[in-house]
Structures are given as C-alpha cells and as structure tokens.
Design a protein around this ligand. Structure first.
Ligand code: BGC
Length: 753
C-alpha cells in the first residue's frame, strides 16, 4: 500500500525517466502459466475447459464471478481489494482453481488512469480518427498497442471498444466510437478488438445499444423499430462480433423501446445471444443494472462495478428461491470462464505493475494518426507547404505551441508529465480538457527550419489577425472539447472560434484551418480559407503526423467516417433530444449486505428519443433520403495525388465487385475505394448503403484491379416475420467511387425469388 501512495503522487514523467531494461522486458511475449489442473490442457476447447472448472465451483464462487467489488479506483476513497490493479472493474480470482482475478480497465483510446500509479500509456488518435483510415490493419495495430500496454500494466481485460453509431453528431463520446456506418464501424472495431486479443487480453465492445447521446443517457428511451435497429446500430455490433468474437459486450445505461438495455430480453437474449451467436458475457455499464431477476433472465451476465448488489447476495437469494434457475447462473459463469480461456488470460497470466515502452507506442500512434487525418479542402494546392519557398508561418490558437487535445471522460488517458496546458499531479480530472505534449509548433518548425514560425494564442481576434497579416501562410488551430457525460448543444465550434477563423482569413488569403474535434462541426468560414484539415484528437504522435502531412512528407489517405452537416437544421434532430430538460429528483432502492439502501439523485426526467423517424437512415443515408447537401459527405477525403475509377463489374450473385483504380497524379498514395448498393424496390428504402471498401496502395501512374467482397449483411434487410436477415428479390444497383457523394461507376445484379 505504501508504494501505491508513493506512485500516486509521483508525476508520470518519473515513470518515463525510470524506464528500465526490466520494463522493456515486460513487453516480451507473455509467458505461459505452469500447468496444475486438468483444465490447463490447451488442447481442450475453451468450452470444455470452462465446463471442467464449473463443476468445481461452490455457489459462493459462482456468485463471486458475476459481479464486481465496487467503484475502487474510480471513486476516491472507495476500497481497493487485494489483487485489484486499481482497475475500473474488478472480480477476485479463485486461486484454488487457478482462476486469476479479472482486472478490467477503460482503454478506448489508450489505457486509462496510468498516472494514478506513476505509469505512462500511449494516447492513440481518437477511434473516430482511426476509423477515418478505413484500414483494418491500422485498427488491429491500435488494438495491439492497447492490449500490449494493458498487459504490461497488469490488466487482463479491455473495456474499450466503443462503437455506437453517430446518430447524434453532437454526442460527447463520438470520438471514442467509429462513425455513422455499420460496415465501417463494425469492421474497424472488430479489427481493433482482434488486436487486443492478439495480446492474450480479453476484449469488449460497447455500449449495447443505441447509447447514441449522453444527454439523459440513464433515463432516455431510444425508440426504434426492430428492423431499423437490426440494419443500423445492431448491425455494427453483429459485424464486429463476427470479426472479433469479443470476450464481453457492455450493455448501456439507456432504455431501448422503454426497457433498460441491461434488462432487455430482446436486445440481450434474442438478438445478441441467439441471433448474433455471441458466446462471451454481457457486462453492465457502471451502475446500469436495475434489477436482479429481470436482468438475470433477460441475459445480463455480470453487474459492474457491483456496488448496487443486484448480482451479489440478491442474486444468490433469487437462485436459492428458484426465481433465477441455477442453469442461468451456470450460463453466466460459463460465458465468463470460457472467454478467459479463449483469450488466453489463464494460459498467459498478466504480471502486474510494470512500465510500458512509451517510444514504441508513440511510433505506432503516429503511424495510425498519419492515416487518420483528413484533408477536406486544398484550394490552389496550398498544401503541401513548400519549406523552401515559405519565409514565415503564423500559427494560431488551440495551444498549438505546446500540444494536441484529447477526449475526456472514462476514455481519458493521462498525459505524460500532466496536462501540457495546466499540469497537476495525478490523473486527469473528470471532463478536463487535456492537452498532450506533442507540439505542432515544434514539428512545423522542424519541417521549415529557415522560416520564421511564430505562435499566437488566438484569444484576441484582432491581435490574431494582425499577427497573421504579414506571414506567408496562417495556420489556425481550432478545437471542440468533448467528453463522456456531455453533448455539445450545437455543431458550431465553441468559444467563438468561427469568428477567429474569419478574422484571420480576412487578414491572410493563405489561411489553413486545422480542426481538433471530437466529431463533425459546422464551418461557416469554409469558403474563406484555402485549406481545411480534420485532425480529430490525433494522439501522442499527433503533431509529428500533422507536420508530416502538411509538408507532404506523408500523403493524405484518410476519409470521413461521418457526415459533416451544413447546419444543425439538417440533422434528424435539429436539437439534441432532452437538452433543454431540467433535472428532477430520482430515488432508487436496493438491498445491500442485507440492508435496504435508498439512493437519491438528480437526473433529467424520463424522456423518449425518436429513432423511428430516421430509422436505419443514419448520416449519409438520412441526407440522401431527404435530399440534403452536406458540407462534407461521408467517405470524403482529398490527397496530394488523383485517382481514376473504371470498369466496375459485379458477379451475378452479388458476392463480389471488381474495379480498377489508377493513380493519375505525381505522388504515391493509398486510395480508399468505396462500394455502395441501392437495394431493390421491395426493400422500401431510398438511400444507398456502404457494402464494401478497400484501401489500395498505388505508385504514380500505377493502376490496380481489385476485387472486393460485398458484405451479405449489408445487402440484406431484416425480415421481422421470419426474424432473419435476408436478401430481397430484384435488381441491386452497385455504385463505386471515392466518396458517398461521388460514385461514378455503376453496375447491377438481379436476385430471383
Ligand atoms: C462508461 C463506460 C466505462 C465505465 C467504467 C461508464 O461511465 O459509460 O464506458 O467503461 O464507466 O469507467
């Protein structure tokens, strides 16, 4: 305990400075555990091994596995039981059976709370940024970094894997999700979780389901038809589960069609476990369990963090009284144990309390960031900047002298050395705007050693304009701070930054805007500037990646995973549902340690969020259905070279599409080819769907013919009567091109009844 206190006050930089050979050793491949029990036999299947353990479990041990031990490290002063690695979620192990504790840690964009123990972990670009790479390999590398660092720090389960669709572009958590399209979000998140599992760490995807806004997340009911849900948000989960076979799925805080997600039989039993064949366990979001019998029977397998006691003594009593069958408790345990065996956390146990190699993580983060940052506008080829001919660059705003912004909430990673803008000891504060020490000023200067590169904070528009006036180029950094637990009231940039951009653009015709945002924003100044670059939250290698891209050392390849609307009025909900409601008193009662507990708190009143109107028409699909022109469409992104698409062919069964792409410019690049489908009239929808994509590397002048598998689920509708995804008969129009709004190639195939 003494050493913990010491570590807690030590700045994270100390950990960097102390990086030793033994720390680096901790990132060697995991060592197998000694064999002690019959179920240690790796030639048996995870299910067989779990069955063998289960036969040995007492009732108390069975109950022990299905709930956490409380808020622990997440609430100052809460007890930290032995074996708990200061995790977000903790389940004690069963040493007599060789079952290790489960230490679950938040790790959406890197491992959380590292500074709490004087450690360091890598901040990756936001997952929304990584989704902009449309590169499953980048997603897998992303997951590997997380898995590697979780392991090095003594955790054996990631509770990252956020993938709620961007139905609400002002949602404070969009930065930790993967965009608006089920195929892209499911593919990227699935591959990310594959990367986590490659390190023998348990993975998780969340928040299941339709937790698409933070406003009133614990009280709202997301109302949607079964068909629309299966073809949108649930489809993304279906695709990710198919790819990653994750250990856990975290059910969300909200209600869906009036029933809490964590006690929603349709969501958990019927869809997730039966239809989607999910073999892992359903873990509740923190405090999202609302009942014992109802939740257990609906398919919840583990209560987190466990403070409310629904799945501890109350569940034991319910099992003893026959209200929850023993077979259901056994099923919960089986799902947990088989996932531990399947991921390898029993065969390759984690060794707690080492330090990660920050340099390796930084390199990987930069590599992913270089594929994540999107070029949205490049008038007169203002980019790439030519260091030889530029004499002065005026850098303005968003603390670009010291760092890059990160996303807040439970996805927050601690910055090495503390917040670059406002350092303080220990971990970041909840919802704090934390800047990481990756300085755009420094790396831009590095690329233009002979130019005068100066910084102005952008806090006074007139001063910023005067500062920009005489420079050859002005680069304005603008930001949108986002966090769990809050949504933005509008798509506008906060803090009057639109006026800052306009003032600078009026003073300097060569103005480039770099956005560090959690999601889409409006840009009333888009026509006034020459360059626009969306950097998202670019991570610890962000400034290096950005400078490489701005000066053309690396070519832009990323494309938007979300639609950028021209105004809030164009969204299905022009106003965030519930945002103007006033909190009211709520009371919950439950039994804990045999005593009745009453908890009073203030929250918004219960309210409904209508997803029936938009249905599955999220993002670009909504725009197409309503004939709305976006500011920048889904799938859009420029490059320093140009590409030409030709020769689209589809096989008669609609399994694959073949097309040719040529690099018609002067630079090597990677083009993301997008293939969409318009379903036959019988599907009754008026938009196209993304059905395949591929990232194609091309040298200047090179031409490649690629064949893409069309995702059968994305070509299907959900037939409510048959309770199945199926392809409808008729003609399917296939469209291909560089973005959802630019599909020059068409072909078709017809399916008969
Ligand atoms: C968040 C989850 C997170 C959990 C534990 C909740 O508030 O919604 O995403 O994993 O806290 O930190």
């Amino acid at each position: 305990m003494k050493s913990r206190i010491l570590f807690r006050t030590a700045p994270a930089l100390l950990a960097l400075a102390c990086l030793s050979a033994s720390a680096l050793r901790s990132q060697e491949p995991p060592k197998p555990a000694a064999q002690h029990h019959p179920w240690d036999n790796k030639s048996l299947s995870p299910d067989q091994r779990a069955d063998m353990v289960q036969k040995q479990l007492t009732l108390d041990e069975k109950i022990q596995l299905v709930h956490g031990t409380g808020w622990g490290a997440l609430r100052p002063g809460a007890p930290i039981p032995p074996g708990n690695n200061w995790s977000a979620g903790f389940v004690p192990g069963i040493p007599r059976l060789g079952i290790p504790p489960i230490n679950q840690q938040d790790s959406a964009v890197g491992v959380r709370l590292a500074a709490l123990m004087g450690r360091y972990s890598t901040l990756l670009p936001s997952t929304l940024g990584a989704a902009s790479s449309w590169n499953p390999e980048a997603a897998q590398l992303y997951g590997e970094v997380i898995g590697r660092e979780l392991r090095a720090q003594g955790y054996n389960m990631s509770i990252g894997g956020g993938m709620d669709l961007t139905r609400e572009p002002r949602n404070g958590r969009n930065f930790e999700y993967a965009g608006e399209d089920p195929l892209l979000a499911g593919t990227m998140t699935g591959n990310l979780e594959k990367g986590v599992k490659s390190q023998h760490i348990m993975s998780d995807i969340k928040h299941y389901a339709l937790n698409d806004q933070e406003t009133g997340r614990t009280v709202l009911s997301a109302n949607i038809s079964k068909r629309a849900a299966r073809e949108s948000d649930l489809l993304a989960f279906e695709i990710a589960i198919g790819i990653a076979k994750p250990s856990g799925v975290m059910c969300s805080y909200n209600r869906v069609n009036g029933v809490y997600a964590c006690e929603n039989d349709w969501l958990l039993n019927q869809v997730l476990k039966k239809d989607l064949q999910f073999k892992g366990w359903v873990v509740s979001d923190w405090g999202a369990t609302h009942s014992t019998v109802k939740a257990a029977l609906a398919g919840l397998d583990q209560e987190m963090p466990g403070d409310d006691g629904y799945f501890s003594e109350a569940l034991k009593k319910a099992v003893q009284e026959g209200k929850v069958p023993m077979s259901r408790l056994d099923d919960m345990d089986h799902r947990i144990l088989r996932s531990m065996f399947a991921a390898g956390v029993i065969d390759y146990p984690v060794e707690p309390r080492s330090v990660v190699n920050p340099f390796k993580g930084r390199r990987d983060a930069q590599h992913i960031a270089e594929q994540s940052i999107v070029l949205l506008k490049n008038e007169n080829n203002i980019l790439p900047l030519d260091a030889a001919s530029i004499h002065s660059i005026a850098l303005i705003g968003s603390h670009a002298d010291v760092g890059v912004l990160s996303g807040a909430g439970s996805a927050q990673v601690d910055a090495p050395g503390g917040n670059a803008v406002k350092p303080h000891p220990g971990s970041a504060n909840w919802q704090e705007a934390v800047y990481f020490p990756s300085s755009p000023l420094k790396y831009i200067r590095k690329h233009a050693p002979n130019a005068k590169v100066e910084f102005n904070p952008g806090t006074d528009n007139t001063a910023a304009a005067n500062f920009a006036k005489t420079a050859d180029v002005a680069i304005v950094f603008v930001n949108q701070h986002m966090s769990e637990g809050m949504d933005r009231p509008t798509l506008s940039l906060p803090d009057n930054q639109d006026a800052l951009v306009s003032a600078v653009a009026a003073a300097n015709p060569h103005t480039i805007v770099v956005l560090e945002t959690g999601g889409p924003v409006t840009m009333p100044w888009a026509n006034q500037v020459q360059g626009i670059v969306e950097a998202w939250y670019p991570g610890i290698g962000g400034a290096q990646a950005l400078a490489n891209l701005l000066f053309g050392a690396v070519n832009f390849t990323a494309k938007l995973p979300v639609t950028f609307a021209k105004s809030d009025a164009d969204l299905p909900h022009p106003e965030v549902p519930g945002i103007n409601l006033k909190p009211v008193d709520h009371t919950v009662t439950y039994t804990r340690n045999g005593k009745k507990v009453t908890r009073n708190f203030k929250e918004l009143p219960f309210f409904d969020v209508d997803y029936k109107t938009a249905g599955a028409a999220v993002g670009y699909k909504w725009d197409e259905e309503k004939d709305i022109q976006p500011l920048f469409p889904f799938g859009f992104g420029l490059s320093y070279t140009t590409y030409q698409y030709s020769d689209l062919k589809v096989d008669p069964q609609g399994r694959t599409a073949t097309l040719t792409i040529q690099n018609t410019g002067q630079r090597a690049g990677a083009e993301i080819a997008e293939v969409y489908a318009e379903l036959p009239a019988a599907a009754g929808e008026h938009y196209k769907r993304l059905v395949a994509f591929d990232r194609v590397n091309l040298a200047p002048g090179e031409s490649k013919t690629v064949t893409l598998d069309l995702n059968p689920l994305c070509l299907s509708i959900y037939n409510v009567q048959k309770d199945a995804m199926e392809k409808v008969p008729g003609e399917y129009r296939i469209l291909a091109g560089p973005s959802s709004a630019d599909t020059p190639l068409t072909a078709s195939f017809t399916l008969n009844q």
